[in-house]
Design a protein around this ligand. Structure first.
Ligand code: IMP
Ligand code: MG
Length: 369
């Protein structure tokens, strides 16, 4: 992923794919023109890379020239096109092939046709590397098309966003969701995960998704997914990961303008971690970090026994039950620690200290993500 100014872009078309598309255009044009010597006219600025690669591949003699038009502001095409540098040579009776990097609304192309109306060329052929059929609203024929692409803003290979990105040899596509900070929060029982989740949610404006809460909500409200989950639970079976993922997906979609999410209680297995990665990817996003509160077993046992005295929770009163819960936590999360470590996304945070001390440590990790 790359960032230009305020926006994020993801890899979309590789250098190899671009070169293949250009070779295809070259072959088609040579086939059609035979021994007729064409004048290739590049439309600046965007087409400089295309023209360069194109004429290197073109196997026969040709002439090359440029005109410079401007029509773009930010990520939206405007109708107001300026002619900055016009034609500088006589093209009477010549076969002209326009080389465009991209055809979007077709406004630029319309201007190109206007320019050539008085030039008495033999024929005017249009070749474009990228073409957005959903955006094109003109009737001019496009003779050669390298690649059709969806109506999303791209950069690279000559194309820019506010002046940046033209130099990149591959093409990147604007991410539809803006950048989010998504955390998987872990902590053994008694580590203070709930307290810290509340703090993180406030400080970073994140949405806290506790899988337990999501399940209870869906079952209580008898949503389709809730009923489905319940049908497994009633049979004493595990709820399939896909059902849980579908519920999480609904939560993510409900909060589509969130700055990010804290996942709590999920994933618990490698398969679930992969599924969560896929879910985030489908939203043009990612898991940035697994943040795990690390607290020494003995400290946890003392904290939970202390809590048991006042909370009356039976499972907090028995030391062997407590130790077992802690052990179970480590058995389960060890796999996930490996999963996220392998992606350089595991952050262990010392969970011993005052609440404030721990929040400072957590902020230290998140601010660097
Ligand atoms: P049109 O006039 O709307 O067809 O757009 C043509 C010009 O707008 C191109 O020559 C580019 O300079 C620019 N443009 C169109 N779509 C994109 C894009 O996705 N990224 C960057 N520039 C674009
Ligand atoms: Mg252009």
């Amino acid at each position: 992923m790359i960032k230009l100014h305020d926006l994020y872009f993801k890899p979309f078309i590789s250098e190899e794919e671009i070169q293949e598309a250009i070779q295809k255009m070259v072959d088609e044009i040579v086939d059609d023109l035979g021994d007729e010597m064409p004048v290739f006219v590049g439309i600046l600025n965007g087409s400089f890379m295309l023209v360069s690669d194109f004429v290197k591949l073109y196997p026969k003699p040709c002439e090359v020239t440029f005109i410079k038009l401007a029509s773009y502001e930010g990520v939206k095409s405007t109708e107001d096109i300026q002619r900055l540098i016009g034609l500088t040579q006589d093209l009477t009776g010549r076969t002209v092939v326009i080389l465009e990097d991209i055809i979007d609304s077709g406004n630029t192309l319309e201007e190109v046709h206007r320019i050539f109306r008085n030039e008495n060329v033999k024929q005017l052929l249009i070749a474009t590397l990228f073409y957005k059929p959903e955006a094109y609203d003109k009737d001019y024929k496009l003779h050669y098309i390298g690649m059709e692409i969806p109506n999303k803003f791209i950069v690279g290979y000559g194309l820019d966003y506010k002046g940046l990105g033209r130099d990149m040899p591959a093409v990147y596509q604007l991410k539809t969701t803006q950048y989010m900070t998504n955390l998987v929060l872990f902590g053994p029982p008694g580590a203070g995960k709930g307290t810290q989740a509340n703090f993180l949610k406030e400080k970073y404006d994140l949405v806290h998704i506790s899988t337990g809460d999501v399940f209870r909500y869906n079952i209580k409200n008898e949503t389709a997914l809730g009923m489905l989950a319940k049908s497994y639970m009633d049979k004493g079976e595990l709820v399939p990961d896909q059902v849980t993922i579908d519920m999480l997906n609904k939560e993510v979609e409900k909060n589509s303008d969130a700055k990010g999410f804290i996942f709590d209680g999920f994933p618990r297995t490698n398969a679930q971690a992969k599924a969560l990665d896929q879910l985030m990817e489908s939203k043009d996003s990612q898991i940035n970090a697994m943040v795990a509160l690390e607290v020494d077993d003995e400290v946890l046992v003392q904290r939970l026994l202390e809590r048991g005295k006042t909370s009356g929770r039976a499972d907090d009163a028995d030391e062997s039950i407590i130790r077992n819960r802690i052990k179970e936590y480590y058995d389960k999360t060890a796999i996930l620690k490996d999963y996220y470590s392998n992606q350089d996304k595991y952050y262990g945070v010392d969970g011993v200290g005052s609440i404030e001390e721990i929040t400072v440590r957590l902020s230290g990790v998140i601010d660097k993500l």
